[in-house]
Design a protein around this ligand. Sequence first.
Ligand code: NAP
Length: 272
Amino acid sequence: MMRLGLLGFPLEHSLSPVLHEAALQTAGLQGSYSLHPVRPGNTGALGNLVNCVRSGELTGLNVTIPHKQAVLPLLDVLTPSAERIGAVNTIYSRGRQVIGDNTDAPGFLADLERFAPGPASALVLGAGGAAAAVAYALWASNCRVTLAARRVEEAGQLARRFPGTKVVSMDVEELARTDAEVIVNATPVGMFPNVDENAWPDHLPFPVGAAIYDLVYNPAETRLVRTARAAGLRAITGLGMLVEQAVLAFEIWTGYTVPRAVLLRALTQGTL
Ligand code: NAP
């Protein structure tokens, strides 16, 4: 019996139950994927859930905003990538130890590999949790990374985790100077309901030939993706990353690799 779930707040609009219930069904496994909404700062509730994973009462948990960093001190072991990123999205136990991993980074890379493999340079917009996972994934595959953030000091702290990573402010003048092969939006700009917002300044041309990867996946075509395509560039949303990170988490918990097409179908037949 696989007892899986999601820890975060708020959770009403999460697509993870659709993904993992489809995965359980495809794998022919008995189990459930439940939501555990825990308000920020409620460390007692976080500790109780981690202990449920330790005791085996829960097989594993996904972790999302705002607990990806808050949960770190409660875990026994971090995978090297989760430690470097400074955030986890998947926890599980081995023996009595609770382990934290981050499948956002390899999930992003797996999707990028299909879309724009092996970029030499990338500009990442944002410096939060998703930007950390993306920057790590790119940096670890020898890509030159620049972070563009409105709070450059915070971005500087993140960049120090990945030697050689540069930081620029999000001013139009700075963005205009980039010649990155890939631009990744790792901010929530353009996400439903703010679908008219564009993560890239409206009248600023994109770098010639750049590929645009928007981590936002709701709406199905973000304004960033639409304007990039209209400019003749290749552009995709983060739906593929969402699926890949779920495939990897499910594999960690169950040992079963679900075909990504099954999860994509579950999403398109569901809410999106
Ligand atoms: P987060 O930790 O809150 O970080 C958000 C970052 O975006 C921060 O650096 C923030 O800067 C910046 N930002 C927010 N609003 C901005 C604005 N109006 N202009 C410029 N910068 C802005 O959030 P996160 O967890 O990194 O998630 C970011 C996005 O990625 C969300 O939309 C999330 O749904 C998406 N995501 C997708 C996947 C996937 O599988 N496709 C996985 C993870 C995340 P400040 O610090 O200055 O506020």
